[in-house]
Design a protein. Structure first.
Length: 374
């Protein structure tokens, strides 16, 4: 079998494709795999680092906000769109895949559209509870739409063939040992809070976390791991100093730029405070962790809000929108949850019930089923 993956733009689109590719290779080492994506996107680096072949196709997304910079971007995007169909056909004819799978990003559109016209079996995977524009358009003609959560189907073409497979989750998250992680981090019997706002860092989240840390610092009851992100490395320490928090030598305040051992941190956590990206939420479910979700308002079609609400509706998370976020409000919410261990356990259990731990295998079965129909 030969399969082409079309993905790009963000790690949330690329990593699921890489994860599925890895599972396919484990199941059948003879499978031939090719990735298509932007030569300037992170997919070019991540795919080749993983050892897969990469076919570049230049395409850009359109920006909706009207300003001079975005106007120039959109004019360039129109130019790239005009040439993308020719490039997509060239890639497809050269590789001759049996199945083409998209996992999101603007590159998925022209590749899957051309594959469909050439009679190649196609499927797309949507990570979010509120599908992106590309998935909505693709749902009109791909052979299969794979969903992370059932709530997404109502936004798609009514005749689309949809199946809920979940999002691929790293095995390290699924199998991480809570006891070993807490011992390694020196958590003991304290409540462990893990918080982060993304790789760059969200100013509003960092500001609110400073208030949370000021509340519990020195209590000896809470161990707090927080990732400031690249833009918060100076902000958070400054805010803590202004609040009189002695954090430099406090073993219960673990402040980092990034969390590089996320599987262990999730395993150790009693409460997670974070954004509502699709893969992050799938990992929270896989780890079975209670969470306070602060959806980013700066994403396409506000999809993080819909992701977060999919958990909140199952009493698997608490949602605090950024428009309502203040340090005091977040602190009060953390106080309430930390003072109610039964509620923390209930949120954790409900999150775990939502987890789909065999997403890779489910997706691979759908790929194999299409291959058998070709």
């Amino acid at each position: 079998m030969k399969i082409l993956f079309a993905c790009g733009g963000t790690a949330g689109h690329i990593n699921p494709a890489l994860s599925v590719a890895g599972t396919l290779k484990k199941q059948d080492p003879s499978v031939e795999i090719l990735f298509a994506g932007s030569p300037r996107g992170m997919e070019a680096r991540l795919v080749q680092e993983a050892g897969y072949r990469f076919a570049p196709i230049t395409i850009k997304g359109f920006q909706r906000q009207l300003n001079l910079r975005n106007l120039k971007n959109n004019l360039q995007a129109v130019g790239y769109l005009a040439t993308s169909t020719h490039r997509a056909k060239k890639i497809l004819r050269a590789f001759a895949p049996d199945v083409v799978m998209g996992t999101g990003g603007y590159v998925s559109g022209p590749i899957l559209r051309c594959a469909h016209k050439l009679g190649i079996k196609t499927l797309t995977q949507e990570q979010n509870a509120f599908p992106g524009v590309t998935t909505k358009l693709l749902s009109h003609y791909v052979d299969k739409v794979l969903l992370a959560v059932p709530q997404a189907q109502k936004y798609l073409y009514e005749k689309a063939d949809c199946t809920v497979t979940g999002n691929p989750v790293r095995e390290e998250v699924i199998f991480a040992s809570r006891k070993a992680a807490r011992e390694r981090m020196g958590v003991g019997d304290k409540i462990c809070i893990v918080s982060f706002g993304g790789s760059l860092g969200a100013r509003r989240v960092n500001e609110a976390i400073a208030d949370v840390m000021a509340w519990h610092a020195g209590s000896g009851k809470i161990h707090h791991i927080h990732a400031t992100g690249a833009y918060g490395t100076e902000l958070l320490p400054r805010l803590l100093r202004e609040k009189g928090v002695a954090f430099e030598n406090n073993p219960d305040l673990d402040i980092r730029e990034y969390i590089r051992d996320m599987p262990d941190c999730l395993a150790a956590a009693d409460l997670v405070i974070c954004r509502a990206g699709a893969i992050t939420l799938s990992e929270l479910q896989a780890a079975g962790r209670a969470s306070i979700l602060i959806p980013s308002p700066n994403v396409a079609e506000n999809h993080q809000y819909y992701n977060a609400m999919a958990l909140a509706e199952q009493d698997a998370a608490v949602v605090l929108e950024e428009k309502d976020l203040t340090g005091q409000r977040l602190t009060d919410l953390v106080k309430t949850l930390c003072g109610d261990p039964e509620r923390l356990k209930r949120l954790s259990r409900n999150a775990a019930r939502m987890a789909i731990l065999d997403a890779n295998e489910r997706i691979c079965r759908e790929i194999q089923a299409l291959y058998q129909k070709k």
